[in-house]
Design a binder for this molecule. Structure first.
Ligand code: SAM
Length: 261
């Protein structure tokens, strides 16, 4: 994964992200529903514009836990700048960094939460090693990420137009479980969301506004040939049409884990 390119895409999308991030908020809420409120330092890994960090900080404020804090970490400086502007309240510490090389001391966190960010990592084993290292014994690790069925309709519509990769590939549940290693307690859950669009173009535009349109090794689609191929994608996508519009599947895995005491 070219992390510089990932950070640039997300930084550029920071200002538009929240306008189109309804699914991302719903997935973050599903993750929060599995979280058992804890005190101390909570890490929001790949915090984006800070929705989850804000929710976690509000939980502390309601419980009167002024000594607890949220560390909100992201690779993209533009996302952090946007997040800081939207969540000026005290109790959130903003930090630029990489989930695979956390700039945090061993055993400093009582929980690590991460919503729809870890699919951008290069080495999932390294990610889990880092989460294990920064967690205290008994600490919670809650992750949401995308499965291989995600955007399968768009991938298939593109495949009928050319052989290049235009939609990211996502790891299977078995790969995630293997990468996590055997030390954790807990379980993995799987849930599907389907969104509907009037045209394939509207979905592709939304992915761009989210910063999620970066595809590893993608050739750009430009000029007249590019326009023809985009029309072919629109046509190819029609095979999936329903009464509600063109469906876009999101397969979501939720890891609800704990480092043993
Ligand atoms: C789809 S956004 C999700 C943001 C937020 N968690 C949410 O649910 O709205 C993915 C975020 O992960 C960040 N990210 C990608 N790779 C990362 C890495 N290796 N380390 C830290 N953050 C990363 C991106 O910069 C982006 O802000």
């Amino acid at each position: 994964m070219d992390k510089g390119a990932v950070a640039r895409h997300f930084s550029r999308a920071a200002a538009s992200y929240d306008q189109v991030a309804e699914l991302q908020r719903q997935v973050a809420d599903a993750l929060l529903a599995e979280y058992q409120q804890s005190t101390g330092t909570i890490l929001d890994l790949g915090c984006g514009t800070g929705y989850l960090s804000g929710q976690l900080q509000a939980g502390f404020a309601v419980a009167g836990q002024q000594t607890s804090r949220v560390v909100a970490l992201d690779l993209a400086p533009g996302m952090l700048a946007q997040a800081r502007q939207q969540h000026p309240q005290p109790g959130i510490h903003w930090l630029q960094g990489d989930a695979e090389a956390l700039p945090l001391a061993e055993g400093c966190c009582s929980a690590v939460l991460s919503s729809l960010a870890v699919q951008w990592c290069s080495d999932p084993q390294q990610l889990f090693r880092e989460c294990w290292r920064v967690l205290k014994p008994g600490g919670q690790l809650l992750l949401s990420t995308l499965g291989p069925a995600t955007l399968h309709e768009l991938r298939q519509a593109w495949a009928e137009s050319d052989n290049a990769a235009h939609v990211n590939r996502f790891w299977s549940l078995a790969s995630w479980q293997r990468a996590s290693g055997s030390g954790w307690q807990g379980q993995w859950l799987q849930r599907n969301w389907t969104l509907y669009y009037p045209r394939a173009w509207a979905l592709m535009k939304e992915l761009k506004l989210l910063g999620a349109s970066h595809v590893e090794g993608e050739r750009s689609v430009q000029g007249l040939g590019g326009r023809q191929r985009l029309q072919q994608v629109e046509q190819g996508y029609r095979q999936f049409v329903t009464e509600q519009g063109l469906p876009a599947t999101y397969e979501v895995f939720l890891a609800v884990l704990r480092k043993p005491e």
